[in-house]
Design a protein around this ligand. Sequence first.
Ligand code: SAH
Length: 239
Amino acid sequence: MKGITKAWISGIFFFLMASLAMGQADYALQRSQMVKTQIQARGITHQATLSAMLNVPRHEFVPEDKQVFAYSDGPLPIGNGQTISQPYIVGYMTQALRLKASHRVLEIGTGSGYQAAVLSKIADSVYTIEIVKELAITAKKRLKLLGYDNAIVRQGDGYHGWPEKAPFDAIMVTAGAEAIPQPLLDQLKVGGRMIIPVGPHNAVRQLVLVTKKKDKIIKKNVMPVRFVPFTRDKTKNKS
Ligand code: SAH
């Protein structure tokens, strides 16, 4: 009898482990399909971006009941009225920054932490700011748990950037702003690039690629996009 119980227990254990492994393998397959059909097929060629997106488990960054949709071709709700961007947009914005392994990156709008994880696989360090406290706390825990030690989360209004860590080689804003915040332009290195959705709220915005030259700022509209709005912390709002 004892032997049978033991066999049962090890049988159940084996079954659970096998299902877990199969689930992970299935997600890995879905991820490689996502990179192939949604990212590469639409013209993203930057190798480090592709391999980061192949590597980062997007399903770990969405609520449990949305995990089955994690690799689908669209944005997903992440709670607090916010969304994780469509994989293609993540790929496009990441490639646009032309990141190098030595780069220090600033992200505004941590959300789930997914984009920060992707950036952290490519660059040296990622500083990311999230205005919603609950999201900042969850993303911080999640990034730590998954081992993205070079992604540092701070809660606050990203309008002011992160002056203590400036200047940055690259800046990515993942919330739609009405205008480009001046502090972010100031904290970008000469030669650095910023990608930011700009335009009026409740309308289609333009994804703007900003290049900072020694004596001028070049802005180029690269694609129409929809993004959740860039909000401001009214309590500390000085500018
Ligand atoms: N990059 C995220 C998705 C961003 S959604 C991801 O990979 O999941 C946009 C996020 O920007 C939201 O979480 C929103 O709360 C945040 N946000 C909006 N305005 C902000 C501001 N002023 N400073 C910092 N975060 C802001």
